[in-house]
Design a protein around this ligand. Structure first.
Ligand code: ADP
Length: 189
């Protein structure tokens, strides 16, 4: 199995590149952000539990997020592999994912971090807010998301670095060029 984690701060381009990667490598894309938004849209019990947190830019508690993720993986028993986008966002999530995959005799193949500077991220998210109206893309909520990223999510990087699974790809430039760099990395696995 090819199990990738696409890692990066809000606005790094994880969603855009995931779409391209799943087509090329025939993987299942699991974006926890997309899953939460679908739950909120459908007004499911889970959606009702998490909507205020997400609108505010805070992370959803690990136990809720991990359970949702595992359920989604289990819906795809025939998958050739997965791209995890927006997960793991905390070290406990990374540990839970390792344990979960291990219980299926599988593992994370590699983690690719999309490298984008703060100035570019702010610009992209302001643009996305105009296009999609996502409430958590508003400036004050974005500050909370960036704070959550530096408080909790950044620690996921050394976790994978210690396992020799981390590589970085420049996330600024043409979408096609970034995609080519990602593919070059994936082809090395
Ligand atoms: P971004 O554009 O910031 O990468 P996502 O669409 O991935 O955003 O996620 C949107 C929101 O969903 C996050 O700000 C957070 O509230 C919640 N969320 C998504 N994934 C996770 C996760 N792995 N752990 C906790 N909360 C999450």
């Amino acid at each position: 199995m090819l199990n990738l984690v696409l890692f990066g701060p809000p606005g790094a381009g994880k969603g855009t590149q995931s779409e391209k990667l799943i087509n090329k490598y025939e993987l299942i894309h699991i974006s926890t952000g997309d899953l939460f938004r679908a739950h909120i849209k459908n007004q499911s019990t889970l959606g009702q539990r998490v909507s205020a947190l997400i609108a505010d830019g805070q992370l959803v508690p690990d136990e809720i997020t991990i359970a949702m993720l595992e359920e989604e993986v289990d819906k795809n028993p025939e998958a050739k592999g997965f791209i995890f986008d927006g997960f793991p966002r905390t070290v406990p999530q990374a540990e839970a994912l390792d344990d979960f995959l291990k219980s299926k005799d599988s593992a994370i193949t590699g983690v690719i971090a999309l490298d984008v500077n703060q100035e570019e991220l702010t610009k992209r998210i302001a643009q996305r807010q105009l296009e999609t109206g996502r409430v958590d893309d508003q400036a004050d909520k974005l500050q909370t998301r960036i704070a959550e990223y530096f408080d909790k999510t950044i620690h996921v990087l050394p976790y994978y670095e210690e396992q020799n699974k981390l590589s970085k790809v420049n996330g600024i430039g043409k979408i096609e060029d970034i995609f080519a760099d990602l593919c070059a990395q994936v082809d090395k696995y």
